[in-house]
Design a binder for this molecule. Structure first.
Ligand SMILES: Cc1cc2nc3c(=O)[nH]c(=O)nc-3n(C[C@H](O)[C@H](O)[C@H](O)COP(=O)(O)OP(=O)(O)OC[C@H]3O[C@@H](n4cnc5c(N)ncnc54)[C@H](O)[C@@H]3O)c2cc1C
Length: 334
């Protein structure tokens, strides 16, 4: 039986994010687990998962660990892996861990796998699945090296739910006196401009058609922006874009000021995971649609009955004017 460590960092409000609870569920399915927490104050998070049946709760706690920072996160991760004698380390693929844990694997002489979609026992050894070549092929891999750190992608398994309680947390000391990096603040767009929402039930994709001349021979970019933002606001959807549209934004011809290359879905963009997707004014060409691999139910609105979506790529295609449809949808949602 491998010694398994579930490793998570605690949010500023003292809780664990959904991705961490998903990683916990995966770790528990493999066997007996030690919990390792890193944060400014960890007791709340430990109590939140007190009923998970973990053997031990270890933590690196203190002001220096409240903030994501490579030096302190890597030191904390290393100390917890050593304290737990961990052979297998399961962690959520948050941006904070994705930065720090590969370095931890290097310090421990172990290995790390990122972007894992699952981990389960196969032929009596733990095996990871992950996608290769822009999500076209799924690989299954095992490793003989230990410790083996696995970063699990969010949204792939059901998050752990269970009773809270009072956890007995053992603190592990980490010396941070030599840390040279000082975090002086965070720069982030205002919350209402935050258009990428990985936990949203719906992915709303805008294509370049929103910027094209419409039936009256004119471009209606301002109305397009109003309709799209109005819908995102009302439906709490996540915003994706086709390459053509995000490239236009890069040229300063933004329909949507908040649309950047980070929104691009597709072969050279992202492959988000949402239960549903609605594509508007986007042709549905293959390099775009490969990014829809993990979208459960797909619908598209396009004026062209012969667009890519009509060729088996969408469950439902509305051959219609997206301006009119979104105007009506926003009216109904209001
Ligand atoms: C190597 C490579 C990698 C690529 N990677 C990506 C990628 O990652 N992501 C990506 O998106 N693309 C990618 N592309 C580009 C891709 O092939 C397409 O060029 C791009 O997706 C087209 O974007 P679009 O559908 O928004 O624009 P267009 O092809 O211009 O389509 C606009 C659509 O809007 C419709 N339309 C216009 N007005 C309305 C209206 N009022 N109501 C309804 N519909 C309307 C039109 O009928 C048309 O179908 C890649 C290409 C290559 C070669």
């Amino acid at each position: 039986m491998e010694r398994i460590l579930f490793l998570a960092h605690v949010e500023p409000d003292g809780s664990l994010v959904k991705a961490a609870l998903e990683a916990l569920a995966s770790a528990l399915a493999l066997g007996e687990v030690t919990v390792g927490l890193v944060g400014g104050s960890v007791q709340g998070a430990a109590d939140q998962i007190a009923g998970c049946g973990a053997m031990r709760f270890l933590a690196v706690e203190g002001e220096a660990f409240a903030q994501g920072r490579y030096a302190t996160d890597a030191a904390a991760g290393e100390a917890l892996c050593r304290a737990a004698g961990a052979e297998l380390v399961i962690a959520p693929s948050t941006s904070r861990w994705a930065r720090a844990l590969p370095g931890v694997a290097c310090r421990l002489g172990g290995r790390v796998d990122t972007h894992a979609a699952s981990i389960a026992t196969m032929n009596e050894v733990p095996a990871v699945t992950r996608w290769f070549y822009r999500q076209r092929m799924e690989g299954v891999l095992t490793r003989s090296q230990r410790p083996w750190i696995v970063l699990l992608e969010p949204g792939c398994v059901t998050a752990w739910t269970g009773t809270s309680g009072v956890a007995n947390v053992e603190r592990v000391a980490v010396d941070v006196s030599t840390t040279r990096t000082t975090v002086i603040g965070m720069q982030a767009p205002p919350a209402d401009e935050q258009t990428i929402r990985p936990d949203a039930k719906l992915l709303f994709v805008a294509g370049a058609g929103w910027t094209k001349k419409q039936a009256d021979g004119a471009v209606h970019a301002q109305e397009a922006e109003k309709l799209i933002l109005g819908f995102l606001h009302a439906a709490k959807a996540s915003l994706g874009g086709s390459k053509s549209l995000v490239d236009l934004s890069g040229e300063g011809e933004a329909v949507l000021k908040c649309m950047t290359h980070l929104n691009q879905v597709g072969q050279t963009g992202s492959t988000p995971r949402h239960p549903k997707g609605l594509s508007t004014c986007c042709h549905g060409e293959e390099p775009h649609v490969v990014g829809w691999r993990f979208i459960g139910e797909r619908r598209a609105i396009n004026l062209d009955a012969n667009c890519g979506w009509a060729r088996g790529k969408a469950d439902v295609l509305y051959v219609s004017d997206a301006f009119a449809v979104m105007r009506e949808l926003n009216r109904l949602l209001a």
